[in-house]
Design a protein around this ligand. Structure first.
Ligand SMILES: Nc1nc2c(ncn2[C@@H]2O[C@H](COP(=O)(O)OP(=O)(O)OP(=O)(O)O)[C@@H](O)[C@H]2O)c(=O)[nH]1
Ligand SMILES: [Mg+2]
Length: 238
């Protein structure tokens, strides 16, 4: 890897996963930016200890939990200010495999402006999910794909690698989405600016440690946000 790549790692109560994840990422030669929303379980303090141990690790402490979107936006801005050429995002719960990070980086180095770790292209897998969860997730992606008229299949996943030019071009200040809608919106804005988006097949596994922060509100936000995005785009707002 010739360029600086920074992985933005948002955390809320990920004490059981953080250390193993940070070590796995450091071993793969990337910078790590932990974005912790004042987790009550002490994840922030653990992150500080890891940052003291590894020069490639930084921590962004935020006062309170505001959802993934605002946490990522703060992380993206910090990574850009620190000079990252590639800015990645991934979950800290091992649903995203650290071994796939070099694959996403390679895709960006081979010409993708945004490389997405995708469950829904040939080769992508979700081995642990039952039929209902598959149906909801795939249905949500198809819903967004139809409204937004895009060929990108995994619009809700959070495993991505952006070239810095993408984050400098799309209007980060205009993004208010917090949950799945945040992933949909960032990819859609990237496509609207004419950037190349490539999907790289990944295997997505369920978390083994810690608890999920997914909520009904996050799903509902995406349901209304998707048509709103289409209308805004057609009105020429981005
Ligand atoms: N900083 C920050 N991180 C968050 C917040 N919500 C979730 N996270 C982190 O974002 C990542 C994804 O959250 P998960 O709880 O796994 O949510 P999910 O992957 O959508 O849902 P599951 O499939 O149930 O795991 C994890 O690393 C969380 O710790 C938040 O409000 N702030
Ligand atoms: Mg998860």
């Amino acid at each position: 890897m010739d360029v600086q790549a920074t992985v933005c790692l948002p955390t809320y109560n990920e004490r059981e996963n953080l250390e193993r994840m940070v070590r796995a990422l450091v071993e793969r030669g990337v910078h790590v930016l932990v974005i912790d929303d004042n987790s009550p379980d002490g994840t922030g303090e653990l992150a500080d200890a890891l940052a003291a141990e590894h020069p490639q690790v930084d921590v962004l402490h935020r006062e309170r939990k505001e959802g993934l979107g605002p946490a990522y936006l703060a992380g993206f801005r910090r990574a850009l200010a620190d000079g990252a050429e590639l800015v990645l995002e991934m979950d800290c719960d091992f649903s995203h495999d650290p071994d796939d990070v070099p694959r996403l980086i390679a895709a960006a180095e081979q010409g993708a402006d945004l490389a997405i770790g995708s469950r829904y292209v040939p080769g992508g897998k979700i081995p642990n999910w039952g039929l209902v969860r598959r149906f909801i997730s795939r249905g949500g992606c198809i819903y967004a794909q139809l409204w937004l008229q895009t060929r990108v299949r995994d619009l809700t996943g959070g495993f991505k690698c952006y070239r810095r030019a993408v984050l400098e071009t799309i209007d980060l200040d205009a993004i208010e989405s917090k949950g799945y809608a945040f992933q949909i919106e960032t990819t859609y804005r990237t496509l609207r600016k004419g950037f190349r988006v490539h999907e790289i097949p990944i295997t997505f596994v369920d978390r083994e440690e810690g608890g999920s922060k997914m909520s009904k509100a996050i799903v509902l936000e995406a349901v209304w946000k998707v048509p709103e995005l289409r209308v805004a785009a057609l009105a020429g707002r981005f």
